[in-house]
Design a protein around this ligand. Structure first.
Ligand SMILES: *Cc1c(COP(=O)(O)O)cnc(C)c1O
Length: 404
């Protein structure tokens, strides 16, 4: 057993796995709270949360308990049946949001795929067959299925895969005139991230989002918020749309929802129900009892004043530490984002070094992400301790001393 274990190294990746990714040189094997450990026992402080997913840290004791309890009852039953955890989770999502109906899937892309399909289906059935245009934004990210990369605003993810689905147009984020130019009675939906995540942690302005809502109302287009990254507490509210006081017609959530267990959801209103019939859309795994029981606990823990108000406190502490770092290194020109979705926008002279900075941070034992080409992204656990923040930032400081 031990000998076999030794054979698994980072080099194995290059021999075994398609290189869609180029993972770090170390292999994490264990996590607890905001700390993870690699094969050699080296410890890291995690400000990435598996890309904004493990919002309650690694191996949260309550989630472990629920997962283990449910694993002894029922894992999977398919959508030929409904199940108690799915119904309980749906109830919690509905009572905490604008929505009155839920559809469960397994990933952000699948929730968005469902949203885009249903938006077109609804508009085609209720209005006319030509009402199928989807408007999204340059630089946006909505997942990696072919429909979602085509709607996404980064052609590097959608080129060379053959003909793209038609009737998708892109406008400039935070520039309302560019959407006014293309929205019309043939528009089925406008889809947006409230904070462009992968694109570089760029928040939509409040007037922009409110104007879009008005335009959607005027043209009978559905407004879809992709809160896959911002939803379930990440920004200090349960949903980021609460900061804007604008309600969508469809909302998608994923990452934080399962705290590390794959699950996503599409939330919508009664308006859509008239056209929905069994068979129009589906999924084998979506809403399975194992995923839903974990997500139900995630909701119970995160949807509390303690956790949501704690986000702002933790942000303050991180900003305080980052200012100290900036005084010494002059690293960044701006911090963007909301709550614990933090974008450190590098000064132009450091942009080329961004991957060296991340790599040296790994070496010092602290884990960050990037977003866009010039942003270091932090998305720590919503319950990261003060001590872990301080220690993580110390390690960041040491990494910068080595590479700047
Ligand atoms: C991560 C992300 C997705 C895709 O989610 P997957 O689970 O990888 O399919 C979609 N939209 C946004 C805004 C995201 O951040």
């Amino acid at each position: 057993m031990i000998a076999k274990k030794k054979l698994i190294t980072r080099d194995s990746f290059d021999k075994l796995i398609l290189p869609f990714y180029d993972p770090a040189s170390f292999i994490p094997i264990k996590g607890k709270g905001s700390r993870i450990w690699d094969q050699q026992g080296k410890e890291y402080i995690d400000f990435s949360s598996g890309i904004a997913v493990t919002s309650l840290g690694h191996c949260h004791p309550l989630l472990n308990k629920i997962l283990s309890q449910q694993s002894k009852k029922l894992w999977h039953i398919s959508n030929i049946f409904t199940n108690e955890p799915a119904l309980r989770l749906a109830k919690k999502l509905i009572s905490s949001s604008f929505a009155s109906r839920v559809f469960f899937a397994n990933s952000g892309a699948e929730a968005n795929e469902a949203a885009f399909k249903i938006a077109r289906y609804y508009s085609s059935k209720v209005y006319h067959l030509k009402k199928n245009k989807i408007i999204s934004f340059y630089n946006s990210f909505h997942g990696r299925t072919f429909f979602t990369v085509s709607v996404g605003g980064q052609s590097k993810y959608s080129d060379y895969f053959g003909p793209k689905p038609p009737s998708i147009m892109h406008a400039v984020f935070n520039k309302i005139s560019t959407i006014k130019d293309i929205i019309d009675n043939n528009t089925a939906a406008v889809v947006m991230e409230l904070i462009q995540g992968e694109g570089g942690i760029i928040p939509a302005t409040i007037p922009f989002v409110r104007e879009i809502r008005k335009l959607c109302n005027k043209y009978n287009a559905l407004l879809i918020f992709d809160e896959v990254q911002t939803g379930i507490g990440r920004t200090g509210k349960l949903y980021a749309y609460e900061h804007y006081k604008v309600k969508p017609d469809i909302l998608t959530i994923a990452k934080s929802l399962g705290g590390g267990f794959p699950i996503s959801a599409m939330l919508t209103t009664n308006k859509i129900i008239s056209v929905i019939k069994p068979g129009i859309h589906g999924t084998t795994y979506g809403g399975n009892p194992l995923a839903c029981s974990v997500a139900e606990s995630v909701m119970d823990i995160i949807n509390t004043k303690k956790i949501l108000l704690g986000v702002e406190k933790k942000l303050k502490k991180i900003l305080f530490e980052l200012e100290i770092i900036n005084k010494r290194f002059g690293l960044f020109k701006e911090i963007r984002g909301k709550g614990l979705l933090i974008g450190i926008v590098l000064h132009s002279e450091f942009v080329k070094k961004i991957h060296d900075i991340i790599r040296l941070a790994f070496l010092e034992g602290v884990i960050f992400l990037t977003a866009g080409h010039n942003v270091i992204r932090l998305a720590p656990s919503l319950i990261i301790s003060k001590k872990d923040i301080t220690e993580g930032m110390k390690r960041f400081y040491r990494a910068l001393e080595k590479c700047l």
